[in-house]
Design a protein around this ligand. Structure first.
Ligand code: MN
Length: 202
């Protein structure tokens, strides 16, 4: 059976930017249901859980065609939410540090430009999905959107930061004001954790 990352903070830790009720439902109901559905479909073919979740996605052609869509959707749901929770914290680590700070300055000129670019990309996403900061094939930073539960691992990209742009991520607190949610995400983003992922994968 696969498992999901434990939350490193309490449900109300991200207030006032994300409310306690949203974190609780999002983590306990939404995130867990991707996990349960993934384990269920894999149990149905007596899968031996030999791969990490990242490898599972990369080796999707090992699985029967008729369940690939289900596996990708639910594995993506688990991976994307793991990264989303890791991308945030109440620790006020919202300024880039370490090698990630240098890479952001090199690629975008300044943190301010990077932030504007990330917000711009998130704003143009249509429907449900995510905006990711990824390490691309040339080991450079790139900001991309994916739809539904698609994970960048599917394209050989390594995601290191993400914002969930499904309505369930913000609707209780922000209703239709998605732009405000995206802007406030930068109050609680945790660049210490994101930099750890960057330095591990560069
Ligand atoms: Mn979600």
């Amino acid at each position: 059976m696969y498992e999901i990352s434990k939350l490193k903070y309490s449900y109300n830790a991200l207030e006032p930017d994300i409310d306690s009720r949203t974190v609780e439902i999002h983590y306990e109901k939404h995130h867990h249901s991707y996990l349960n559905n993934l384990n269920k479909v894999l149990d149905s073919i007596n899968y031996d859980y030999r791969y990490s979740l990242e490898e599972l996605v990369k080796n999707i052609d090992m699985f029967p065609l008729e369940i690939r869509g289900d596996i990708l959707f639910n594995a993506g749901g688990v991976l994307n939410h793991n990264l989303y929770w890791l991308s945030m914290s109440p620790n006020k680590n919202n300024i880039p540090v370490g090698k990630l700070k240098d890479a952001i300055n090199e690629e975008y000129g300044s943190f301010e430009n990077f932030k504007n670019e990330f917000i711009k990309t998130a704003t143009i996403l249509k429907g449900s999905g995510y905006t990711f900061l990824v390490i691309n094939h040339n080991k450079k930073l790139e900001i991309i959107n994916t739809s539904n539960q698609e994970t960048p691992y599917l394209y050989g990209l390594i995601p290191i930061m993400t914002i969930d742009l499904w309505e369930h991520a913000y609707y209780l607190l922000y209703q239709n004001r998605r732009g405000e949610y995206i802007k406030n995400f930068f109050n609680i983003v945790d660049f210490v954790e994101i930099n750890k992922l960057y330095e591990k994968n560069i």
